[in-house]
Ligand binder design. Structure first.
Ligand SMILES: [Zn+2]
Ligand SMILES: [Zn+2]
Length: 399
């Protein structure tokens, strides 16, 4: 099986590059992936797979049935594999033949790579379908980059039912990992993401007479400092957390104190209980400080993705299968990462493993991070992206 998958992946590698380049040249923003979805559907149909289209509007689900009818086998397992399909509102700065043809839209997070890889998996496993037991569910989801996250909508539309997968595997490009290597982490991996919007109100006026005013600039400053203490004093020590404020607008001048100050920030952590408790404490503290100082604070929270947890046992199994496929020297351990990822929604519901696919090539200058206008990949990663994922799925079916 290993050799069959490897040789098919090698055989399809050039096509995968063409597929990825097509997607790269025609990027679509989150929840607008109509042409992408049509393209994916056409590709699947050409392979001989009829997908369910229009899941969460622009998402698709495809099923590959392995051998059936073996009375002696235990009830067959279902493993789900996920790719995201959306691009970002970034104008591509790369000078390449496959540059984005859409002004201001770019596959700068590698979702073109994930989609092309999963199409490669479809092709490989469709060919090998009489050589494994069980069912592989391919999930092409929209809107990873934008709240509420395509994953949450796909779950609502039943992607984890009929048939229900026992586990779910996803991959993401990693521009910090050399091409040819992949990375794993058990347990906590990526952070929950909540957006914080505060409006601190006081009473503005002439800065020379603060005794007649309620200074929202001072109140807001106290709030900013105090909220950091929620992180340092109330956070469970084993729960990584980040609280950052990137916007603090007090639109007065040297001698005018404004009526209000607006603050925006992000709260990230890796523990759903602490996440709820931390937000509750922050709201209470900010409102209390504002009130005690004679003003008020309106605290709005846009609740984002949960934290992403890699199921330890599943991840250990998948990692050892990856070692089999790639060689131990090419499988690395990942650090915690405080970025968000909507694959986290699946990981809260079903045993999940999200790993990273190395795409860096320093010699060729392919080093830019995701979400930058110069992001690109070493396209030889596609052969690994499709082959490895096929192998992992089949091995997971055999557990
Ligand atoms: Zn992204
Ligand atoms: Zn991404």
């Amino acid at each position: 099986m290993l050799d069959s998958i490897k040789s098919l992946a090698r055989q399809y590698a050039a096509d995968l590059v063409q597929t990825r380049r097509h997607l790269h040249m025609h990027p679509e923003l989150s929840f607008q992936e109509r042409n992408t979805a049509r393209y994916v559907a056409d590709q699947l149909k050409a392979i001989g797979i009829t997908p369910q289209e229009g899941v969460a509007d622009t998402g698709l689900v495809a099923i590959i049935e392995g051998r059936t009818g073996n009375a002696t086998s235990t009830p067959s397992r279902v493993v789900a594999l996920r790719a995201d399909m959306d691009a970002l509102p970034i104008h591509e700065a790369n000078d390449v033949s496959y540059k984005s043809t859409v002004d201001g839209v770019m596959h700068a997070c590698g979702h073109d790579v994930h989609t092309a890889s999963l199409l490669g998996v479809a092709r490989i496993l469709h060919v090998l379908r009489d050589q494994f037991d069980g069912t592989v569910k391919l999930v092409f989801q929209p809107g990873e980059e934008k709240a509420p996250g395509g994953a949450s909508l796909m779950i609502k539309e039943g992607v984890l039912e009929n048939p229900a997968p026992v586990s779910m595997i996803g991959q993401h490009v990693a521009p910090n990992i050399p091409v040819g290597k992949i990375g794993f982490r058990e347990g906590m991996y990526m952070a929950s993401t909540d957006e914080l919007y505060l409006t601190v109100r006081g009473k503005g006026g002439h800065a020379a007479m603060p005794d007649n005013l309620v200074d929202p600039v001072l109140i807001a400053s106290h709030i900013i400092v105090a909220l950091q203490q929620v992180i340092s004093r109330n956070r469970p020590p084993a729960s990584p957390s980040v609280l950052s404020f990137g916007r603090f607008i007090a639109d007065g001048v040297t001698n005018v104190i404004p009526n209000e100050v607006t603050i925006q920030g992000t709260f990230r952590c890796m523990n759903e209980e602490w996440r709820a408790e931390g937000k509750r404490r922050m709201v209470k503290l900010a409102e209390g400080i504002a009130e005690a100082m004679g003003g008020s604070c309106e605290f709005e929270i846009v609740h984002g993705y949960p934290y992403l947890k890699n199921h330890p046992e599943l991840t250990r199994r998948v990692r050892s299968q990856a070692v089999e496929y790639m060689g131990a020297e090419n499988v690395v351990d990942l650090d915690l990462w405080m970025a968000g990822e909507d694959f986290a929604f699946y990981s809260q519901v079903v045993d999940s493993c999200f790993y990273r696919l190395g795409t860096r090539n320093e010699e060729r200058g392919i080093i830019s991070g995701v979400h930058t206008p110069t992001f690109d990949i070493d396209e030889s990663a596609l052969e690994t992206g499709a082959g490895l994922m096929s192998w992992l799925a089949v091995q997971e079916l055999n557990v």
